[in-house]
Design a protein around this ligand. Structure first.
Ligand code: SF4
Ligand code: MG
Length: 390
């Protein structure tokens, strides 16, 4: 299948008072058009920073320091080829090589994001319908413009986007956009959408507001929806309904979804392929079958130690003994970051393992020495190297 997103060597750092934090390191992802790609890991593994990096939402003291985020869009490639030839590779555009306003122009129409907390996506002083209509309106005006102009102007902002709620000027909002807002509410399964459109966010239940946020994210008919723990805050029944809704929308629209979660039950239910994150790296990546049945990385094994089903309260991951390593650059050692907790650690693990091709197809990638060599042949670790082991 065609790749819609190619992420290569992406590193995102935070320059804090305590020092440099390597939140995401040398991350590679290949996302195919129309798939649901899952990113799973414990909290603090870099999942949300990855999502925010994709959406260009990293703010100081954070910074994407390296890598490429290439988006497959022939029209965009044509529009920017003359001005930013270094950004273009065939039909792909490296979003980190074009100015911020070009990236901005893609928000909502090409990329949208939903969050765990829908309140952050809505202005409490405006009705849900007004805000959706505004989102539709902004996207409509943006796409009415020829791409080359769109890519070079800054005079529109993204309403479908959280955190930067745009105050609507009602006179701008056409009847058509209002109707579309109601359609969107209906599409995400809000009962009595005409009446509910006139209600304020606080009048919605958590699940309903989550649906409304999805509607808002869909206003610009994005190609890629990045969903960061979209159901974590909801109770299990509602969680299942929201996941079903996302699956349905994906099916109908062919949209690509990048789904970020700590819950393997959610991954198993929703995803085609999955990347397992640990300490800011993807340590294993493959199809559901690769990762659930044929995994190689001991961390994946640990995560699967107890696969939470969706009914198990919030599907918490079984804790793996030991601590997540510090991501402070000064404290990170250049070896496998899982070595302190790995039951298979050996001397070879003192070198930082590169990604290996586990089965020769390059679809299943594992960052662990076990993927490359027979464990039995490896030399044992020097006694006490990692301190006390349990
Ligand atoms: Fe364990 Fe070594 Fe693999 Fe790291 S590289 S996960 S320490 S076996
Ligand atoms: Mg998170």
């Amino acid at each position: 299948a065609e790749e819609i997103l190619r992420v290569s060597g992406l590193s995102t750092r935070f320059f804090t008072q305590e020092g440099q934090v390597n939140a995401v390191s040398d991350l590679d992802l290949r996302i195919e058009r129309g798939e649901v790609f899952g990113i799973v890991g414990e909290s603090g593994s870099g999942k949300s920073v990855t999502a925010r990096s994709l959406m260009d939402l990293i703010e100081p003291p954070g910074e994407i320091t390296e890598g490429k985020i290439e988006y497959n869009d022939p029209d965009l490639a044509d529009a920017v080829r003359d001005d930013y030839p270094q950004a273009v590779d065939g039909e792909y555009v490296d979003l980190l090589e074009v100015p911020a306003d070009v990236r901005e122009s893609l928000r909502g129409t090409s990329f949208s994001m939903i969050f765990q907390d829908p309140e952050s996506s809505f202005n409490p002083t405006l009705t849900v319908g007004e805000q959706l209509a505004e989102a539709v309106e902004v996207q409509r005006r943006a796409s009415a413009r020829p791409r080359s102009t769109r890519a070079k102007t800054q005079d529109y902002t993204l309403a479908s986007f959280a955190l930067s709620t745009v105050l609507p000027s009602r006179e701008y909002v056409s009847e058509e956009s209002r109707e579309r807002a109601i359609e969107l509410l209906e599409m995400v399964g809000i009962p009595d959408p005409v009446e509910r459109a006139d209600e304020y966010p606080h009048e919605y239940s958590g699940g309903m507001l989550q649906r409304a946020m999805i509607a808002q994210a869909l206003a610009g008919e994005p190609d890629v929806l990045v969903a960061d723990e979209p159901t974590t805050a909801l109770d299990v029944t509602i969680q299942a309904q929201i996941l079903d809704l996302l699956a349905e929308i994906q099916e109908e629209t062919g949209m690509t979804i990048v789904l970020i979660t700590h819950n393997l039950g959610v991954i198993a239910r929703m995803c085609d392929r999955v990347g397992v994150m640990y300490a800011g790296e993807i340590v294993e990546r493959g199809t559901l079958e690769d990762v659930f049945d044929d995994h190689v990385h001991p961390y994946t094994e640990g995560l699967l130690g107890s696969i939470p089903d969706l009914e198990g309260a919030r599907g918490r991951l079984q804790p793996i003994p030991g601590n997540v390593p510090s991501l402070l650059d000064s404290e990170m050692e250049d070896r496998c970051y899982f070595a302190d907790r790995c039951p298979n650690a050996m001397e070879d693990c003192l070198d930082h393992p590169p990604e290996y091709d586990a089965d020769g197809s390059a679809d299943h990638e594992v960052r662990c020495v076990l993927a490359e060599r027979d464990y039995e042949e490896s030399r044992a670790l020097p006694e006490g190297y990692f301190g006390e082991t349990e």
